[in-house]
Design a protein around this ligand. Structure first.
Ligand code: NAD
Length: 356
């Protein structure tokens, strides 16, 4: 099978962690007899430096021809003062728009061995395996904005179809997991949330009658994520609530360096990236944890390419090296030996190769 995956390293540690994910994809290719085309393209500050554009046309063309896109991270202090339209983050927004991805998936399943890296008590983390599905293209972030010296307005709008399409993604995911969807809103005060809940109550029983459906107000959800995280399976919510809850949920796993994400559209094409940024404080030092990007590549194999066995082999390999005691600095306990980015990637690739 010949498949094209666009590789966009971006800036800072983005280049270091995607290099390791490519190593892992090559190991999967070897092990399972696939052929992956992995063209690289510029985005963010790297695009700006080379082409005066954070999302150059050549990058857009490569992504348009690819089945999926694997991204590192964009941004850094070097570009902090450039005009808004040219900011590295603008490149990411244009990429999301080009791929038409509207659902952002963030799995949080802390590895038991890393329980010490989380600020939560280890007993609360037992059995935690959450998939947060955040609506990515609607809501208050994209509404009309107004500003005078003394007042400011951000309009929040959702349409029925925007809510339905993200609910369908959440429902399908729950069917392959533990059969439960928790929908998070603020329907006691917001009209958009009342529509959200109404549409959820219509669509879920009709299309996903086999699933358990729970509603939570966002303030309660923020609390329950910390007090009973193991009770959640799939959480689905609107853009801003998802933005906040996913960062909260990431703390269950301890380090941002461990967590992957996927952004999906109606079809198979998706954008896969770790949840962290370009980490200028450790960039260029071979210190970054590549696991979040490598686990993003596993999501890509599963969700865009339908390669379940291959995806599981990557996830098993990450678990294997963690069980063997390998730690990058962000997940090491004080005094514990640490490995560098490249060694971590190589160990995961070798574990894929060595698996039965
Ligand atoms: P960050 O995620 O880059 O870093 C936060 C902290 O976590 C830093 O101390 C960093 O060293 C550490 N960290 C992050 N990833 C790590 C990894 N893989 N291994 C070990 N440690 C890791 O967030 P920030 O410092 O707020 O932002 C830095 C730049 O990244 C900014 O320009 C920001 O705009 C950009 N950013 C980009 C994205 C993206 O590309 N999707 C996301 C967030 C931030």
């Amino acid at each position: 099978m010949q498949t094209t995956i666009a590789i966009l390293p971006g800036d800072g540690i983005g280049t270091e962690v995607t290099r390791e994910a490519v190593k892992v994809l090559r190991a999967v290719e070897q092990k399972f007899g696939h052929q992956f085309e992995l063209p690289e393209a510029l985005i963010g500050g790297a695009g700006l430096d080379a082409e005066d554009d954070p999302f150059p046309q050549q990058t857009a063309d490569i992504c348009a021809d690819a089945t999926a896109v694997l991204l590192g991270a964009v941004g850094g202090p070097k570009w902090d003062s450039v005009a808004t339209e040219k900011r590295p983050e603008k490149g990411l927004l244009r990429l999301r728009a080009a791929l038409d991805v509207f659902a952002n998936l963030r799995p949080v399943a802390p590895h038991p061995i890393l329980a010490d890296a989380s600020p939560l008590r280890a007993d609360l983390l037992q059995g935690v395996d959450i998939m947060v599905v955040r609506e990515l293209t609607g809501g208050i972030y994209f509404g009309e904005k107004e500003r005078t010296a003394d007042s400011a307005t951000d309009v929040c709008t959702y349409t029925r179809s925007e809510i339905e399409r993200v609910l369908r993604i959440a429902g399908k995911l729950a069917q392959g997991r533990r059969q439960k969807v928790t929908s998070v809103d603020k329907s006691n005060v917001l009209e958009t949330s009342r529509l959200w809940r109404e549409v959820t109550n219509e669509l879920m029983p009709r299309e996903f009658g086999d699933l358990e459906l729970e509603h939570l107000l966002v303030d309660a959800a923020a609390m329950h994520l910390l007090s009973r995280p193991a009770d959640f399976d799939v959480i689905v919510t609107e853009n801003m609530f998802g933005d906040i809850l996913t960062d909260e949920a990431s703390m269950l796993a301890g380090s941002m360096g461990m967590l992957p994400s996927a952004s999906l559209n109606d079809g198979a094409r998706g954008l896969y990236e770790p949840i962290h940024g370009s980490a200028p404080d450790i960039a260029g030092q071979n210190k970054a944890n590549p696991c979040g990007t490598i686990l993003s590549a596993a999501m890509l194999l599963r969700l865009s390419l339908g390669l379940e066995e291959e995806a599981a082999s990557v996830e098993n390999a990450v678990n294997q090296v963690l069980s063997d005691g390998l730690r990058t600095g962000d997940i090491a306990k004080p005094g514990e030996a640490v490995v560098n980015t490249a060694d971590m990637g190589s160990a995961i690739a070798a574990a894929i190769d060595a698996a039965n």
